[in-house]
Design a protein around this ligand. Structure first.
Ligand code: CUA
Length: 371
């Protein structure tokens, strides 16, 4: 059980905080850095650190770890270069017009406007547009038959994830139904995958910046996203469309791993939960059933078969709790159950603040045992 990189603040915020901490400490030369660093300079440094750190990390479209993200990053760099050329040319022409063109004829001025103001920008933008549009058919094409297919349902405010049967990858471990989990997606490296996206409530957007572009998730229709991960690692996905009070707390982890590792993980996910063995976990199961948790949550292999909330069959093995909100550890499990509404405003799960501390600890022990 680990908290992973996905549950906490972004790499950008952590780095900005560490820059702040370093700036507040006296330097190695015995001079207080604070005295020397004026506020505007601090602001510039923080801003520069933020810009630079945005280029890498587990949630950066400019640090691609998948085929589609690589193509999108390339478009970004071409667009940036194109815009830079256009800006430099425009500024050059403006300076020329202001200071050096007074002696030129009207005919020259007209030609300058036609070529510099209309023809060249039109050609430049058309080339950039054609380059971007040429990639669209490939992005929108359905995945090859037999590819891994994952249905993702955006809920307020978490992600229901189901590995669908019918692909070579899933049928080796579970032929019958989908394998369901929440807020975590694992993918085998080098395998094409297609996400089938839907939602029962409002518009969300599914985005894993390191792997692919973003796609809206719209009530009443199914949208699709195809991608191919090329680099192992743990990436952060997020909801990219404002969907309510806890929109910012709707993250998920995406783990790209070697095929053998992925197969072992998927096989474990397909298995039902084990009966609680420890007395504390058995007491937790008693608290779970006595408070009706099974009406909303499923624990496959037990009598809990709710379908409203996240499937908890292997919740103890997930990288975070509450869709990237908290690290997956005993104390946070108790907090999440007791203070759900305070931690995540607007979420459908009611807070179970009436549970006593020993009951919460037992419940958390049971849930953590579901690995
Ligand atoms: Cu879901 Cu924003």
């Amino acid at each position: 059980m680990t908290s992973g990189g996905s549950g906490g603040p972004s790499a950008c915020c952590r780095a900005a905080a560490s820059v702040r901490n370093r700036a507040a400490r006296p330097s190695h030369w015995g001079v207080d850095a604070r005295a020397e660093m004026t506020k505007p300079r601090q602001a510039w440094l923080l801003s520069a650190a933020g810009w630079l750190l945005g280029c890498s990390g587990p949630q950066s479209a400019l640090d691609p770890a998948g085929r589609e993200a690589e193509e999108l990053a390339l478009i970004f760099w071409w667009m940036t270069a194109g815009c830079l050329v256009i800006w430099v040319a425009s500024m050059g022409l403006a300076l020329y017009a202001a200071f050096a063109a007074r002696s030129r004829s009207m005919a020259f001025a007209k030609r300058l406007i036609i070529y510099g103001g209309a023809a060249i920008p039109t050609i430049g933008l058309t080339v950039l547009l054609a380059y971007g549009l040429a990639l669209l058919p490939e992005f929108l094409a359905p995945a090859r038959p037999g590819s891994l297919r994952i249905a993702v349902t955006a809920e307020q405010y978490w992600w229901r994830v189901r590995y669908l049967p019918g692909s070579e990858v899933t049928d080796r471990v579970a032929r019958r139904g989908p394998i369901e989990l929440a807020n975590e997606i694992r993918l085998p490296i080098g395998q094409e995958v297609e996400f089938l996206l839907d939602t029962p409530d409002v518009i969300h957007a599914f985005w894993i910046p390191s792997l692919a572009g973003k796609v809206d998730v719209i009530p009443g229709r199914q949208t699709r996203l195809r991608l191919l991960p090329t680099r192992a690692g743990t990436y952060r996905g997020a909801c990219a469309e404002y969907c309510g009070a806890s929109h910012a707390w709707m993250a998920f982890s995406v783990v790209v791993q070697e095929r053998a590792e992925f197969d072992a993980w998927l096989a474990a996910q397909a298995r039902p939960a084990l009966e609680p063995a420890e007395p504390a976990a058995q007491e937790g199961w008693r608290v779970f059933t006595a408070n009706g948790c099974g009406a909303c949550h499923a624990v496959r292999g037990s009598s809990a078969d709710g379908v409203v909330g996240p499937d908890l069959t292997h919740v103890g093995g997930r990288l975070s709790l509450g869709a990237g909100l908290l690290p997956n550890q005993l104390v946070d499990f108790g907090r999440w159950v007791a203070e759900t509404d305070a931690l995540k405003p607007g979420v459908h799960m009611p807070a179970f603040g009436m549970l006593t501390a020993p009951e919460l600890r037992a419940l958390a022990t049971y849930l953590e045992s579901l690995e």
